[in-house]
Write a protein that binds this ligand. Structure first.
Ligand SMILES: Nc1ncnc2c1ncn2[C@@H]1O[C@H](COP(=O)(O)OP(=O)(O)OP(=O)(O)O)[C@@H](O)[C@H]1O
Ligand SMILES: [Mg+2]
Length: 364
């Protein structure tokens, strides 16, 4: 999707993820054996108000932050890939009757125009056939459709232009996740994904600052995508309101205490913080459960066997265990996955994958 496949061997490439809260940049190169070498990683705060409705509104400010990171880290790449925010991207799965439609392209566009009449000429529409199935004795195609407003795409192209970098691709989060997981090593004891032939069905949840993106991969292929407009910054707002503190202090308390009161601690501040965070996360887990139920309905009852979590918000103390007990599923942080064919340079810790997963995924 949105790929031009112009990644020359051994040439450094910058992969950029402009989140609502943080801009992440990785510099990578492709080794002779096709492995991706992560040479550098840098993160900086996104200028406030720079993103709205999934578009970069203040392209010059965003480009300035990236320029600073490039110069501080002495990054040398001349070309770049960028990932769009998930907010304004529409994804749908359609079942197309193959026997009634000789031309799949026309059939998909007919379905898009019927279900999404506003798309018209304002959106770039792409689709991918997930599988061909037999339903009621008819041959049907399951098609995954993505529609992105051109205005959103143009804002990302503009950032790369202002950086003076050659644009190699503009990608979307769900595609990036699918690519990253295509590099999962088989036989990983932690994740329990034993073999590529295992046909696993699992979810990947990106708990960001303003958004949560849930992707489901069946047999390593993306089959479900949902973007929730709630993220870790909503915990700060909830805490700030309940505790009568400012947003910065609320974020500090969130990061310090998380979901569990440490043994022996009786400080009022800690107990009130933990109680409020638990209240927020209880509602949040219910929204995740509702998404998983929607997936089950869409997929005729297929069951998800495990969940991987990423994004800065996933670092909340006690979150992995909490989600696991609420969803009754194993939950693993993204850095527990053994990524075959990705090498981290010395000094880049694997735990940084919570911030890097999106930018790294588009490098593949
Ligand atoms: N240790 C921690 N515990 C809890 N939350 C944390 C921790 N570290 C960072 N966060 C939260 O992670 C969020 C930032 O994560 P991230 O960089 O993934 O967001 P983003 O990609 O900018 O946002 P979005 O994906 O919504 O555009 C902030 O809300 C921050 O408070
Ligand atoms: Mg993000």
């Amino acid at each position: 999707m949105f790929m031009f496949n112009l990644f020359p061997r051994n040439e450094d490439v910058l992969c950029i993820d402009v989140g609502f809260r943080n801009i992440k940049v990785v510099e990578v190169s492709k080794e002779k054996d096709s492995r991706i070498l992560v040479k550098k990683f840098a993160l900086a705060a996104t200028p406030s108000g720079a993103i709205a409705n999934g578009s970069i509104r203040q392209t010059a400010k965003v480009a300035d932050v990236i320029k600073k990171l490039i110069s501080q880290q002495k990054m040398k790449a001349k070309s770049a890939k960028i990932i769009m925010s998930g907010t304004n991207i529409i994804t749908h799965i359609y079942l197309i009757n193959k026997e009634l439609n000789t031309d799949l392209n026309t059939a998909v566009m007919r379905a898009v125009n019927y279900h999404l009449p506003f798309v018209g000429n304002d959106y770039k529409v792409e689709y991918k056939v997930l599988e061909t199935i037999k339903k009621d004795n008819k041959e049907m195609c399951r098609v995954f459709v993505t529609a992105v407003p051109y205005v959103v795409i143009r804002s990302y192209v503009e950032v790369l232009k202002q950086l003076g970098l050659k644009a190699l691709s503009i990608d979307i989060p769900s595609n990036s996740t699918a690519k990253l997981f295509s590099k999962v090593k088989s036989g990983n004891p932690v994740t329990g994904i034993k073999d590529q032939e295992d046909h696993p069905t699992f979810a990947v949840i990106d708990f960001g600052s303003e958004t949560t993106i849930l992707n489901v991969l069946e047999n390593w292929i993306l089959t479900f995508n949902k973007v929730l407009l709630s993220g870790s910054s909503n915990i700060d707002e909830y805490l700030a309101k309940n505790l009568g503190v400012g947003l910065e202090e609320a974020e500090r308390l969130k990061i310090t205490y998380g979901l569990k009161v440490p043994e022996g601690v009786s400080a009022n501040e800690c107990i009130r913080t933990v109680k409020s965070i638990n209240e927020y996360i209880e509602g949040y887990s219910k929204r995740i459960l509702a998404c998983l139920d929607e997936y089950r309905k869409d997929s005729n009852g297929k069951e998800i066997s495990k969940i991987f979590i990423t994004g800065g918000g996933s670092q909340l103390h006690g979150f992995t265990e909490y989600l696991s007990s609420k969803l009754q599923l194993p939950v693993h942080p993204i850095y527990s996955v053994d990524l075959q064919g990705i090498i981290m340079s010395d000094g880049i810790e694997k735990t940084k994958l919570v911030f890097m997963a999106n930018s790294l995924g588009i490098s593949i």
